[in-house]
Design a protein around this ligand. Structure first.
Ligand SMILES: [Zn+2]
Length: 198
């Protein structure tokens, strides 16, 4: 998937760059930042981190603008298995998994690929899984004013599995249900059964 939304990199004059700080961190870890394998690591890390947090430079307004259509369709729209990669704000380590999004349109729908881009936009920030889940739901609720929206994220957190806090395969599951998805068990069950593929 290509992200064409502009990435804004805030530069603060006079402050140490992320690369400078990473170099210091490598020293603190007892490593030699000048050895061959590590020499360009600070710059690589900064570049990677800027990309992984590029969602700060994007906003849902711009992202969804021009991709919304008026329709008479009022059946549930479901986008399953959107890959999610984010960074946990407590450990700055990745959490990743799948996101399922559904909404019941109210005369307005949005291009399906935009849903995945919206997920990416919020995932590429420092996050906790629960907030990521509700931000996606709230953005769709705000922009499309649907009859309801449901978002489920199933993710593995490296801060847990790598440190042995949880069993290797354990998934954290979070959900946000708004409107009809909150009020109607039938709507919620339809979403859940579509997600489970039964
Ligand atoms: Zn964490």
């Amino acid at each position: 998937m290509s992200d064409t939304t502009e990435i804004v990199v805030p530069e603060v004059a006079g402050r140490e760059s992320i690369a400078d700080l990473v170099r210091k961190m490598i020293v603190q870890l007892g490593e030699d930042p000048d050895r061959e394998g590590l020499r360009r690591t600070p710059e690589r890390f900064e570049k990677a981190l800027r990309y992984l947090t590029s969602g700060y430079g994007q906003d849902p307004e711009k992202l969804l603008n021009g991709a919304m259509f008026s329709v008479c369709y009022d059946e549930m729209v479901v986008v399953k298995d959107i890959e999610v990669y984010s960074l946990c704000e407590h450990h700055l380590l990745p959490f990743f998994g799948r996101c399922h999004v559904a909404y019941l349109p109210n005369k307005k729908v949005v291009g399906l690929s935009k849903i995945a881009r919206l997920v990416n936009m919020y995932a590429r920030r420092l996050q906790i899984q629960e907030r990521l889940t509700s931000q996606i739901a709230e953005a769709i609720n705000d922009k499309l004013s649907p009859q309801g929206v449901g978002v489920i994220i199933e993710a593995r957190h490296l801060c847990m599995v790598m440190r042995g806090v949880e069993k290797q395969n354990s998934m954290a599951v979070s959900s946000a249900m708004l409107g009809a998805f909150r009020d109607s068990k039938q709507t919620r069950d339809e979403f859940l059964s579509l997600v489970r593929g039964k």
